[in-house]
Design a protein. Structure first.
Length: 73
């Protein structure tokens, strides 16, 4: 088996997966905004956006699914 070289050829374009399409949708943006506005702390660790990490950086709250979307859409 050898290594394929793609010199001078275009890289094949990667199709967007369903997951990527969902996270760029208006529905997700609205859900994310509402959840961040409603909950001012991390539901896993309890930190708020006013807290700081050990490195001194501010905590950045994110929104994610606790259960897999494939089973709990």
């Amino acid at each position: 088996m050898g290594i394929k070289h793609f010199q001078g050829k275009k890289k094949p374009q990667r199709r967007k997966r369903k997951k990527d399409l969902f996270y760029s949708s208006e529905a997700w943006k609205l859900i994310r905004y509402e959840k961040l506005r409603e909950t001012q702390f991390c539901e896993c660790c309890g930190k708020t956006k006013k807290d700081k990490l050990e490195s001194g950086e501010k905590v950045k709250l994110t929104v994610d699914h606790i259960k897999p979307r494939s089973k709990y859409p």
